[in-house]
Design a protein around this ligand. Sequence first.
Ligand code: NAD
Length: 325
Amino acid sequence: MRILITGAGGFIGALLTERLLEQKKLHLDKKEHDISELVLIDQFPIKQEYNSAIQIQKKCIDISDKEKCNEIFKREFDVIFHLAAVVSSHAEQDFDLGYLVNVDATKNLLEGARRQEKVSRFFMTSSVAVFGLDLPEEIPDKFPALPLSSYGAQKAIAELLVSDYSRKGFCDGRVLRLPTVCVRPGKPNAAASSFVSSIIREPLNKESAICPVPVDLKLWIISPQTAVDSILHMVALAEEEIKNSRTLHPPGLTVSVQEILDELEKQAGDDVMQYIQYKRDQKVEDIVLTWPSRFASEQAKSLGFPFDQNIGQIIESYRSDKLEK
Ligand SMILES: NC(=O)c1ccc[n+]([C@@H]2O[C@H](COP(=O)([O-])OP(=O)(O)OC[C@H]3O[C@@H](n4cnc5c(N)ncnc54)[C@H](O)[C@@H]3O)[C@@H](O)[C@H]2O)c1
């Protein structure tokens, strides 16, 4: 089985790569398939070193460049994981780059898949940012995407592309609207939701973190492990199971910022709270306050998607991973 991962040098791309190398196999349609080759693409050189019997090709390619993207498809893929993106605040700041990567590059990849003899499974990560206007308390599985940010609009367009290329039989597309993945290790990134990880990670490192939103703001979150499990679960499903709804909401957790901080204090002691600075940021609020925080996820639940138990477990597993490293 030959697999392509775009955005492989990023947070989720690197975790997915590690997991696939560990498993050595991919489940599709209730069968196990040996992985023979992983092609890892990112616009920046991929720093992660992997040691595996599986053949790995690391390529530094900007997939918004149509010709370069075409070259990736010289040999066919069985599965494509498309994770490369310009994330929320960055896409809001740089309108042209956002459309180039989040829309045009997605189309380049779908065209690559379309030219293949075999129909590949095409997985893409989308976001809750596709919603924004007139939201109910809980988002049902089928709810119109009316985004209030460029990132949300770009992800919604990309979702429609995946759906239409699938309808035409050019690929077998699947999209997951991922909750905010936390705790992200390392440094803050250009996502408007970056503070969600910062307010946990930085205080644990005895560094200060800014909380830019009201503490009663509710968020929809998922742990990195469950995010990767969910991606693999989505790809494993048989086409009949998702044919009428290729875009799903995994069962994420709804928590308020205050609940995150309370749990952090419970686990790490009240000293950690001195590292939190409350400084509202209008730019962050303008994006994050439009995102829904509660989803019914009925279809995903009925399809057996994994889920996190509670915020305590997410913080605990981040802390124990950190200790192991
Ligand atoms: N992390 C989250 O909380 C979250 C939540 C919802 C959706 N998502 C989506 O999941 C995916 C992965 O997110 P992440 O947190 O790993 O992001 P990330 O920013 O860590 O990784 C994205 C990677 O894509 C690469 N990339 C960007 N433009 C590229 C281009 N033109 N050509 C090749 N590579 C390019 C970047 O260099 C980066 O390594 C994205 O599609 C994102 O929109 C993430």
